[in-house]
Design a protein around this ligand. Structure first.
Ligand SMILES: *Cc1c(COP(=O)(O)O)cnc(C)c1O
Length: 365
């Protein structure tokens, strides 16, 4: 049996560090917004190469709070990708804005930068590029357009911890970036968590207030905020895990290369890494017209797979109100029918990759 993902081997590998981190918090008896959160925020900002990181309750909240802190108001339009994970648009909607969607680039399946200009309306105030599967969006044209048209850019980095674009880390290009520490992400907590990264002091300060009832000081609220805080135990765990992140991404990359080699002739479309990108390989996503049959075949062989994602945002019942018909985003819609994510995590054995590739090869015959 090869599961799509399992998180216990990683825990076993770093168990003493994690237990020491949790014990430190329990012994101190301070659980929300304390020195562990501050220490992780500083370490994560240093890792990325930004001035500030602010821990919040989830990646979805990070998108919402980053947009509000960047000045997005209810009724504004925010452009994002049709083939993203639903929380991207949930975060935009929670900020009071209207998600406006664009199609995907057929090679990388990240947002098609050439479509953004045509999606701008008089109410457009921001763009949320999604570094889908850990592959960076083409940030240069996005930032150029944003500068010309006075738009704010909040990168959705929930799948892109450690990815680089033209040598710079994802999360350092926009005015702010949203990270998720959901357990399955490249840097995962043992519960929910997220962060806003930014080099704009005003955005960081506003997120710090917004995450805790809008308070500047205790019991004095200057903004209408929410309750969305990274807790001390999760922050301590993340501080223990962060020093391993680059090695974990390297392991993901090695496994992705192995899949590339082994599946070269397997009759499926392999993920494309653009010249200017180093993917963080959050997911290894192949494409085939016979996706559902291949998935069933692999399941029979005891191999777990997932579909990221089966329904594009504009065809989700919850977002019918956005008014996009079927056929509005053909690349995203085709992707939803064809994509299949193979097992990929740092602790996966290379012999498992061999087996998955062999099973895919056998399906073809
Ligand atoms: C996971 C994810 C999110 C949401 O993060 P949560 O921490 O689960 O709220 C947002 N965008 C993308 C692309 C994601 O993969």
């Amino acid at each position: 049996m090869i599961p799509f993902l399992e998180l216990t081997s990683q825990f076993r590998a770093i168990e003493p560090e994690v237990r020491a981190a949790i014990d430190r918090v329990l012994a101190r008896g301070w659980y929300v917004l304390g020195e562990e959160v501050e220490a992780f925020e500083a370490a994560f900002a240093r890792y990325l190469g930004v001035e500030h990181a602010v821990g919040v309750g989830s990646g979805t909240d990070a998108i919402q709070l980053a947009l509000i802190a960047a000045g997005i108001q209810p009724g504004d339009d925010v452009i994002t990708a049709a083939n993203t994970c639903v929380p991207t648009v949930a975060g935009i909607a929670a900020a009071g804005a209207r998600p406006v969607l664009v199609d995907a680039d057929p090679d990388t399946l990240t947002m098609d930068t050439a479509s953004i200009a045509g999606a701008i309306t008089p109410r457009t105030r921001a763009v949320v590029p999604v570094h889908l599967y850990g592959h960076p969006c083409d940030m240069e044209p996005i930032m150029r357009l944003a500068k010309d048209r006075g738009l704010r850019v909040v990168e959705d980095c929930a799948q892109a911890h450690g990815a680089t674009y033209r040598g710079g880390r994802c999360g350092t290009f926009g005015h702010a970036a949203a990270f998720s520490f959901y357990p399955s992400k490249n840097l995962g907590a043992y519960g929910d968590g997220g962060a806003v990264a930014t080099s704009e002091r005003a955005i960081a300060e506003r997120v710090r207030r917004l995450r805790s009832y809008g308070q500047t000081d205790r019991y004095r609220s200057e903004l209408q905020g929410v309750n969305s805080r990274l807790d001390e135990i999760q922050a301590a765990i993340l501080s223990a895990k962060l020093p391993h992140l680059d090695a974990w991404i390297e392991a993901r990359r090695r496994l992705a290369r192995a899949y590339d080699d082994l599946l070269d002739e397997a009759g499926v479309r392999l993920p494309h890494e653009a010249d200017w990108a180093e993917s963080a390989w959050h997911l290894y996503v192949i494409r085939t017209k016979r996706r559902d049959a291949l998935r069933a075949h692999l399941e029979n062989e005891g191999i777990g797979t997932q579909i990221h994602y089966p329904i594009p945002v504009h065809l989700q019942p919850a977002y019918e109100g956005l008014g996009y018909p079927e056929g509005a985003f053909p690349v995203a819609e085709a992707a939803c029918r064809e994509v299949l994510s193979l097992p990929l995590y740092p602790e996966l054995d290379s012999s498992a990759v061999d087996e998955v590739a062999k099973a895919i090869g056998a399906f073809r015959r």
